[in-house]
Design a protein around this ligand. Structure first.
Ligand code: NAD
Length: 499
């Protein structure tokens, strides 16, 4: 039986909170207890989006002229408000998508760190001044706002990922139409409330809830939107890239991963064990950077595997709001079926199931989308389990002959987001930094974890070459303008009059 509808949430369009024009709604469930409804949200469509985009376009005329340091001050206040409300937002996020409170607090903290970085970026947004090849001529480049930014985000980092995109978009002087994942619309709504409370002018941000088909793709296709920043699956990313290319729209894509941790024979095995447990089973394996392949040097393979199984079997599953829970539920039952399907596939391919492999539905977990931490050994690099993103607590263990073989196996993937090597050999560490094909490489740390002030993103089918976090994202949200001032008082022709 469902509990009473707890909260009616709204879109934020054209400076006001409102329902979808069709009045249609969808429910958001707690994945640890499906009977609990977190909220009831507008199922928006094209008409809502049109209104939001028109409003964001008109707001751009003034917002682009607000000095960037002033825009940064609003983001700074948003960071202060996130700090003040961190605990409440973390609780809401855990109810909405299941990860443990330790992790949802970390998600909010990432938003806070991103805010404080973005706030100061308003005082940088550097251009260049360079000498001219002609006398009495001044040359520079400037970072200019672009227009309306369409932001489409996934559910696994419901606050951090929107902040990675929206704070830089705003600091750079763009207005925003935000379509959050329909599995985490409540956290997204709280975030927009905080931006408004921080002093963001009302029409600079628009929040439109709804599905990928009804709101996401129309946002990508809309001629009133200048750029799209998307994080989600590679499958949807390819559709977005194709659709956006019709108008030559600028697009940033942060997509899937199949991240691997290598453990060499000389590694600190206890440290590597902590790393893989956190990397593979943190956020129930539902991170784009989750460790889903473990590549073990043959000399320590059996011993390390034994240590790992013992610890994985002790992980406590439960509601993420409870202090002793280590692994929360999957996002929904559809995802649990998908994970179960991969277990079947792996068995059929000949991998050996060492532990887990089944939904976990005992005691307090019976109404949630839980799945036991699962480890397969005897996986070969070509099996689907080693190639496809499962997005669940399933680890594929692959044996490697030596360092070169391990790096070869790691690189044998269409994805290239995060990677990790545990070793005490400094030469191997430097070779790995050079030879691993990934946007992120950790030495003696797990594949998961990002810092707000460093670039984040991947190679191959993990993205299209852009980076979030740190300084590069400000280039994505800005147009470069080159300016020449000729104060010679005569016509000077470049490449002609200086010869
Ligand atoms: P998803 O691709 O299903 O959805 C992401 C967002 O796109 C949602 O808001 C969704 O409503 C929207 N969407 C869905 N179909 C659409 C369409 N046809 N057109 C436009 N928008 C559409 O992904 P998800 O299940 O929310 O998230 C999990 C995926 O995200 C995994 O593949 C994971 O690896 C990836 N991810 C990547 C990163 C990264 O930075 N590389 C970070 C987190 C998650």
């Amino acid at each position: 039986m469902e509990l009473a509808l707890s909260l009616e949430f709204q879109n934020y369009v054209a400076g006001g909170w409102c329902s979808a024009s069709s009045a249609a709604r969808f429910k958001n469930h707690n994945p640890a207890n499906w009977d609990e409804i977190v909220g009831n949200f507008p199922a928006s469509g094209r008409a809502d989006l049109d209104r939001a985009i028109a409003s964001a376009r008109s707001a751009f005329a003034e917002w682009r002229l607000v000095p960037a340091p002033k825009r940064g001050e609003i983001i700074k206040r948003a960071g202060d408000l996130l700090t003040q409300h961190k605990e409440k937002i973390a609780h809401l996020m855990t109810r909405e998508m299941g990860k443990t409170l330790v992790e949802t607090r970390g998600d909010v903290q990432e938003g806070i760190d991103t805010a404080y970085y973005a706030a100061t970026e308003g005082r940088r947004l550097f251009g260049y001044t360079v000498p001219s090849e002609l006398p009495d001529k001044f040359c520079m480049s400037m970072q200019m706002p672009i227009g309306v930014a369409g932001i489409i985000t996934p559910w696994n980092f419901p606050l951090a990922i929107p902040t990675w995109k929206i704070f830089p978009a705003l600091v750079c002087g763009n207005t925003v139409v935000f379509k959050p994942a329909s599995d985490t619309p409540a956290t997204a709504t709280r975030f927009v409330e905080i931006l408004l409370e921080a002093g963001l002018p009302p029409e600079v941000i628009q929040l439109v809830h709804g599905s990928g088909n009804a709101v996401g793709m129309p946002l990508v296709e809309h001629t009133g939107v200048n750029l799209i920043s998307f994080t989600g699956s590679t499958e949807v990313g390819k559709q977005i890239s194709a659709a956006a290319s019709k108008n030559l729209k600028r697009v940033s894509l942060e997509l899937g991963g199949k991240n691997a941790q290598i453990v060499m024979a000389d590694a600190d095995l206890d440290l590597a064990l902590e790393g893989v447990l956190w990397g593979a089973f943190g956020t129930t394996g539902q991170r784009c950077t989750a460790t889903s392949r473990l590549i073990l040097h043959e000399a320590i393979h059996d011993r390390f595997l034994g240590m790992l199984i013992k610890r994985a079997e002790k992980l406590r599953l439960g509601n993420g709001l409870e202090a002793d829970t280590e692994v929360g539920p999957l996002i929904n039952f559809e995802q649990r079926e998908r994970v179960a399907e991969y277990v079947k596939i792996a068995k059929a391919e000949g991998a050996k199931l060492e532990t887990g492999g089944e939904p976990f539905a005992t005691g307090a977990c019976k109404k949630g989308a839980f799945f036991s931490p699962t480890i397969f050994s005897g996986v070969s690099a070509q099996m689907r389990l080693a190639q496809e993103e499962v997005f669940g607590p399933v680890l594929a263990v692959i044996k490697a002959r030596d360092f070169e073989d391990a790096v070869h196996v790691l690189n044998d993937s269409k994805y290239g987001l995060s990677s990790s090597l545990y070793t005490r050999d400094v030469n191997a560490a430097f070779k790995a930094m050079r030879d691993i094909e990934a946007g992120i490489t950790y030495i003696n740390g797990p594949t998961i974890g990002a810092e707000a002030h460093l670039p984040f993103g991947g190679v191959k089918e993990t993205g299209n070459g852009h980076r979030e976090g740190g300084w590069p994202v400000y280039d994505f949200f800005s147009e470069v303008k080159t300016v020449f001032v000729d104060y010679s008082g005569k016509l000077q022709r470049a490449q002609i009059d200086n010869r």
